[in-house]
Design a protein. Structure first.
Length: 202
């Protein structure tokens, strides 16, 4: 697959290993409480009991609402953070900028969640195509973000865009992966702007 972002746009200020950058655990949340409460509410609007959930680019907390999930799988870059996440049933480590092929079966999930991390993806078209592959028909993907980031690790296309431009980027990622965007939830709880792009597999 031809990269969705040209080389200049996927460049990072720190071109070193992402795995090395995230080697030390960070037991913090990357947005304020208002953002996180809003995120849980959006998840609650699309998730049902029995759903199988992939929490991609996850950490030590998944912000999931109370449900009787069929399965919750966490993915991320830090072993200690994922091991501390009591919302997931299982987890795995993978640097999506180095390897986009998820070690997961086709049609294995009803929802893929990507919170506060999309800005770091250098090959988003390939990653979102994998999200589509592992989702069941009519599965949902929710991509959320704010204006916070590790600026040295965010791709240039993200760093140089405003919030409207970042929404457009995520729309293009979804479309490249074969999704149709069904909703963009946008508001400003407390101080961190909130955006969640909701898309369904075509």
């Amino acid at each position: 697959m031809e990269p969705l972002l040209p080389a200049a746009d996927r460049a990072k200020l720190d071109s070193g290993s992402d795995a090395a950058f995230y080697d030390q655990p960070r037991f913090v949340t990357h947005a304020d409480d208002g953002f996180l409460d809003r995120l849980t509410g959006v998840y609650g609007s699309v998730l049902d009991d029995g759903d199988r959930v992939l929490d991609a680019t996850s950490s030590w907390v998944s912000h999931l609402p109370d449900r009787e999930y069929g399965r919750v799988v966490g993915h991320g870059l830090n072993e200690a953070e994922l091991a501390a996440n009591d919302a997931v049933d299982e987890w795995f480590l993978q640097d999506l900028n180095a390897d986009r092929d998820l070690p997961l079966d086709d049609d294995a999930f009803d929802a893929v969640l990507c919170a506060l991390s999309v800005q770091y993806l250098q090959y988003p078209g390939e990653v979102f195509a994998e999200f589509s592959r592992v989702l069941a028909p009519d599965g949902v993907v929710v991509v959320s973000f704010t204006n916070r980031m590790f600026p040295t690790k965010a791709v240039r296309a993200w760093r140089t865009a405003g919030m409207d431009g970042r929404i457009d980027l995520v729309r293009s990622y979804c479309e490249a992966g074969g999704f149709a965007v069904t909703d963009v939830v946008r508001d400003r709880p407390e101080t961190d702007p909130f955006v969640a792009v909701v898309a369904r597999a075509r």
